[in-house]
Design a protein around this ligand. Structure first.
Ligand SMILES: NC(=O)c1ccc[n+]([C@@H]2O[C@H](COP(=O)([O-])OP(=O)(O)OC[C@H]3O[C@@H](n4cnc5c(N)ncnc54)[C@H](O)[C@@H]3O)[C@@H](O)[C@H]2O)c1
Length: 264
């Protein structure tokens, strides 16, 4: 992973910021791209504290033209991009296909899926020219099964397929493409929902195989591994970082609910 430029979209907050912090010292420069200008300034200061050299840009990943222009500028003025983490994303509250707001539906797809496609299309050509680099996408437990988030869930399923397609497409140029699939991560947004009573902390913590909260750093550790030389033989996969949520959810629904006598 050493040297080169690390680019993280959605880098002002949460998982993107944690990825930038985890991988900063292994790169010459860190580029954070986000819509939140104030957040970018705070994030840059935090990365500076761990020893990274940071440049920030305000840009909407949902604009293909803007991302192409920005990527050309970064390659020219900041340096050769080696590692790419398209983490910008927006969440959705539980809804139905018939009842959901169509503007929200479109925006979730524009940012989460199209934004990831546009980001890769902007940065990957220079990486393939150099035949060097790694990309880690951000999926979700939504990448694997149906949850009541009719825009967000399919957008994250699409990220899983996109990751596999890109791994094959870019693999012949020496670029590895993998993903991480987080469970419920205790970001400031989730913390606020717990404090307002909209989410139950004990239910979230207890839903996995391991009774724990996931923190952005847990996701970043997996992403950093996938970008490192330790993962030189790994491409086209998405690693769940969910404290065993997927396994536990299936298991506990056996026969409509695990029989009480073995659930003791
Ligand atoms: N938090 C979770 O529980 C969780 C679980 C699974 C997957 N994820 C995924 O992780 C990724 C990061 O989410 P997070 O939880 O860190 O959220 P977050 O809100 O803390 O960070 C997302 C960042 O993306 C930025 N952003 C949003 N739209 C943008 C746009 N159009 N252009 C540029 N930047 C934009 C936001 O300003 C924000 O700084 C997302 O893809 C999300 O879907 C999160």
């Amino acid at each position: 992973m050493s040297g080169g430029v690390l680019v993280v979209t959605g880098g002002a907050s949460g998982i993107g910021l944690a990825c930038a912090k985890a991988m900063a010292v292994a790169h010459d420069r860190v580029v954070l791209i986000d819509l939140n200008e104030d957040g970018l300034a705070t994030a840059a200061a935090e990365i500076g504290e761990v020893g990274g050299s940071v440049v920030t840009f305000v840009c909407d990943v949902a604009s293909s033209d803007a991302m192409l222009t920005l990527a050309a500028h970064i390659e020219r003025e900041v340096g050769p991009v080696k590692t790419l983490v398209p983490s910008a994303g927006i969440l959705q509250n539980a809804s139905t296909v018939l009842g959901m707001d169509l503007d929200e539906y479109a925006r979730v797809w524009d940012v989460n899926y199209h934004g990831t496609v546009y980001t890769v299309r902007a940065f990957a050509p220079a990486m393939t020219d150099r035949r060097l680099g790694a990309i880690v996408t951000i999926g979700s437990i939504n990448s694997y099964g149906a949850l009541p988030l009719p825009a967000y869930c399919p957008s994250k399923t699409a990220i899983l397929r996109l990751t596999q397609i890109l791994a094959v497409e870019l693999g012949r140029f020496g670029i590895r493409v993998n993903g991480v699939a987080p469970g419920y991560v205790l970001t400031p947004a989730l913390q606020a929902r717990i404090e307002s009573g909209d989410r139950d902390a004990d239910m979230i913590r207890g839903a996995g195989a391991i009774d724990m909260f996931l923190y952005p750093e847990n996701i970043a550790d997996a992403a950093a591994f996938l970008c490192s030389d330790k993962a030189a033989a790994i491409s086209g996969t998405m690693i769940p970082v969910d404290a065993g949520w997927e396994a536990a959810t299936l298991y506990r629904n056996y026969a409509g609910g695990v029989p009480w006598e073995i659930d003791e």
